[in-house]
Design a protein around this ligand. Structure first.
Ligand code: EPU
Length: 349
């Protein structure tokens, strides 16, 4: 375990805002996690579990403990027929895990390739991209209960996964810390290719191989992974070069009546009907229409190829990013009467 008081956070989160935490703690076992939680309770400090810090905006120094898991092991719990149940530690890098599973010929994570961050965040956020969400492969989540320091395994069905959401972000937020995640993977995966340009790109490379023999499956998984990563690279900034937290906003949902009004005023507006009859709109499109794409307010900016992403060009403060976000929210509200909500967790506002 490593405990660092007054620890700079700039290089420990992807927005690279220059703030510090009262303490940064790296723990290497569940026992160490328990001991930190016992000590922290004595000091009455706030605690925030952090993974890769890819979805956080710090507006001020963090007055408590940023708690980082170094549980990195992965274990095959079951290997039966075509299915593999894999357990991975919360501190395992997500994309390294996805790459490893693809190399084994185990399908399920390929569309989620290239997402920055660590395993522990995958159920919390229900990370998603290119038609797949973490909930599609999560079987169970192991947690530590902060109230009595007991360990539990929670079935996916109890997590209330939704679009970028789960109970770990709502009523379980202060209660559970994710320690391990169990993923259900398949040697005969059903490929999900109908998002945006994915299938067209694959066709242009000759398409996927027919057949479910292990080598064809491996080749197909690799091809999907490479294609997804290429699309991401074209659209999304590399946070090692330009600070950002991926999508800053969620895609908003509106009711049918509101959708009809918007669609008649803007016939080319992209939208997706949801199972409940509501419509999901493209936040990127709304922001683009308001003229924000590529704009810069001093050190804070809107990414030119994906306006859903706000960036720190180097010296932005959390407040600078927030001011930019508020201006965008106001414009989208004024023009479309749609409320954009941040996807990023804002701390110290
Ligand atoms: N669009 C524009 N202008 C642009 C870019 C996009 O109008 O400059 C419109 C287009 O109509 C496009 C639509 O936005 O069809 C959707 O764009 P994209 O496919 O990039 O997806 P998104 O809805 O903007 C979501 C996720 C991303 C994820 C992609 C791909 C959210 C909040 N974001 O973005 O997730 O990578 O889909 O699945 O749901 C993240 O969560 O950090 C993230 C990057």
């Amino acid at each position: 375990m490593k405990i660092q008081p007054f620890s700079p956070v700039k290089d420990r989160h992807s927005f690279h805002i220059d703030v510090q935490a009262r303490y940064w703690v790296d723990y290497d076992s569940v026992e160490e996690l328990c001991s930190v939680l016992r000590d922290a309770a004595g000091f009455g400090l706030p605690i925030l579990p952090v993974g890769g810090g890819n979805n956080l905006l710090f507006v001020n120094d963090y007055p408590g403990i940023l708690l980082h898991s170094c549980l990195k092991e992965k274990t095959v719990l079951e290997d039966k027929g075509d299915e593999v149940l894999l357990k991975a530690g919360a501190g395992h890098n997500w994309d390294e895990l996805a790459a490893w599973c693809v190399a084994q010929g185990w399908g399920g994570m390929q569309n989620l390739s290239g997402i920055p961050g660590e395993v522990g965040a995958t159920p919390v956020q229900n990370i998603g991209a290119y038609g797949v969400e973490a909930k599609d492969i999560i079987e169970a989540v192991e947690v530590l209960d902060r109230t009595d320091l007991s360990q539990r395994t929670i079935a996916a069905a109890d997590c209330e996964f939704g679009y970028r959401r789960s109970r770990f972000k709502t009523d379980w937020k202060e209660r559970y810390i994710v320690t391990y995640v169990h993923y259900r993977l398949s040697r005969k995966p059903v490929f999900q290719l109908n998002y945006g340009a994915v299938s067209a790109r694959l066709e242009a490379q000759g398409g996927l191989k027919a057949g479910n023999d292990p080598q064809s499956v491996k080749d197909n998984l690799q091809m999907v992974r490479r294609t997804i990563m290429a699309i991401r690279d074209e659209k999304l900034p590399d946070s090692a070069k330009v600070g950002n937290a991926g999508s800053f906003f969620m895609n908003p949902e509106v009711d049918r009546q509101h959708f009809r009004q918007l669609k008649s005023a803007c016939p080319d507006m992209p939208a997706w009907e949801l199972p409940d009859g509501r419509y999901k709109l493209s936040a990127a499109w709304l922001i683009d229409q308001c003229g924000w794409k590529g704009r810069r307010l001093d050190e804070a900016g809107v990414w030119p190829t994906q306006p859903l992403v706000l960036v720190n060009y180097g010296q932005a403060s959390g407040e600078d990013i927030l001011e930019l976000a508020r201006s965008i929210i106001d414009d989208v509200k004024r023009r479309f009467d749609v409320a954009l909500r941040p996807e990023v967790i804002i701390l110290g506002e």
